[in-house]
Design a protein around this ligand. Structure first.
Ligand SMILES: *Cc1c(COP(=O)(O)O)cnc(C)c1O
Length: 456
């Protein structure tokens, strides 16, 4: 029965929807209908991304935006599906079902931002609980965990999550959550979700494994299939693809866990608005074509930089030290890469010389972005902590869009020349090795693992 007083909260609405919802299409699903084909067949992801069914009374092609805070009810409580948009809204429900399908989950929930998603997830924790997480986590994640450590009585262990044994040894009976991000950003370190999940299950079966999948999106990696309990990500990035909305998505296969998360969303009122739900649904339809083009552009740019002597971090390159592990988990290398120049001032000149590449935080957008994480997205992590976590201050991050690859490379090349990062000769370009602002020779080694890097 729908909760007559939404301020009392209560998860009645989605429970009912989940029970009525039959992937095989046997029950007539409530309006809006399931996002899956009625024949129950599972298609390839590129097809599922664009395929949605809903039973709008006018047969609209696009899912309607139910821009309504309230829905009329009957006093007899005759099974109305919606009463109040904080608790449930048809446009949002449609998006959540579509996402559940794409994220290989039984239930997906959408909230107002990626950080909003992590806020909902961390409300599963109680004072005294311990969280095991990585060193190179997203700046906002670091900020929220630091806050919870100071004010929420949560004990946060930042450890090297690229070392699964190290994670195993840190997990105790007090560990309530293992929070992983892979690949990390901007260091592009890869975390072995499956191995860590199996260690965690063995050491503390009640620990929840949550994975931030923002860097790859469900197009390229499905953490739930690898053993995670919670797959969450920022919908602001690849899922939306246009930097015109903010959203966070959470997906689970355990219905009790889904209910607990839904309770917090309804209680705190952070669910995604109907309009943004509609906009995100629209973005998701082009995820596959965007990602394919973004990845092929990224690969060309990574090869361009590496072949000219820069130390490039990109899991699509064989030089990535965790290339094998990465490709065991993911179906593609994504569209973010980082490279080092050896000199902060030089990196600043490169970033400022780029024209086509907009200086901006974030990624996943159709247009290409360039940034210096230590000055921008990771500036909320203090310099001492950044140094402890081996974050090179000169690192430049490229978030590649869908533009013409030649144009992107031309613009980058011009910026490298203008900034004095390369020597131009008849043989072409060669990265210079710069220390303390002085050119000391040509960079010798390319690749992530190369010892020649002079970065500190
Ligand atoms: C952007 C981002 C977030 C936060 O998402 P918002 O939508 O900006 O709140 C979390 N994790 C990662 C890896 C991100 O890149």
């Amino acid at each position: 029965m729908a909760s007559p007083d939404p301020s009392k909260g209560g998860p009645s609405l989605p429970t009912k929807l989940v029970q009525k919802f039959d992937l095989d299409g046997h029950d007539l699903p409530p309006s809006p209908a399931s996002s899956s084909p009625r024949n129950g067949r599972k298609y390839a992801l590129a097809t599922e991304l664009v395929y949605t069914e809903h039973n709008d009374q006018y047969n609209s092609s696009s899912v309607p935006i139910y821009q309504s805070a309230t829905f009329k009810q009957t006093l007899s409580g005759g099974g109305e599906e919606y009463d109040y948009t904080r608790s449930g809204n048809p446009t949002r429900t449609h998006l959540e079902r579509h996402l559940a399908k794409i994220m290989n989950a039984s239930r997906a929930l959408v909230v107002s931002s990626g950080m909003g998603a992590l806020d909902v997830i961390t409300r599963l924790l109680k004072p005294g609980d311990e969280v095991v997480t990585g060193l190179d986590v997203y700046g906002g994640t670091n900020r929220l965990l630091t806050y919870l450590g100071k004010n929420g009585g949560i004990i946060v262990h930042h450890i090297d999550t690229t070392n699964a044994e190290c994670v195993r040894d840190t997990i105790t009976d007090k560990t309530a959550m293992v929070l992983l991000e892979t690949p990390t950003n901007p260091l592009m370190q890869v975390v072995d979700i499956a191995t860590i999940a199996s260690y965690a299950r063995a050491k503390n079966p009640s620990a929840i494994i949550a994975v931030d999948n923002t860097m790859l999106s469900p197009m390229l990696q499905n953490p739930l299939d690898l053993g995670a309990d919670i797959h969450y990500e920022s919908g602001t990035k690849y899922l939306s693809g246009h930097h015109d909305l903010m959203a966070g998505v959470i997906a689970v296969n355990d219905s009790a866990l889904g209910e607990r998360l839904y309770f917090t969303i309804n209680a705190s009122g952070c669910a995604l608005s109907p309009f943004d739900s509609w906009l995100l649904l629209r973005g998701i339809k082009t995820l596959s074509v965007r990602m394919e083009k973004q990845q092929s552009n990224t690969m060309r740019i990574a090869q361009f930089l590496e072949s000219h002597g820069f130390r490039v971090r990109y899991p699509g390159l064989k030089s990535h030290p965790q290339y094998e592990l990465f490709h065991k988990m993911a179906r593609g290398a994504g569209a973010v890469l980082a490279f080092e120049t050896g000199d902060i001032k030089l990196s600043e000149r490169i970033v400022e010389s780029a024209r086509l590449w907009a200086i901006s935080v974030s990624f996943g957008c159709v247009n290409s972005l360039i940034s210096m994480p230590c000055r921008m997205s990771h500036a909320s992590i203090d310099p001492k902590t950044r140094a402890e976590r081996n974050m090179p201050e000169d690192i430049i991050r490229l978030c590649v869009g869908i533009e013409d690859a030649e144009d992107l490379i031309d613009d980058l090349q011009r910026a490298l020349v203008q900034a004095g990062a390369v020597r131009v000769s008849l043989d072409g370009l060669q990265a210079l090795r710069i220390e303390d602002g002085h050119t000391v020779g040509e960079a010798e080694g390319a690749g992530f693992g190369a010892a020649a890097s002079s970065s500190s």
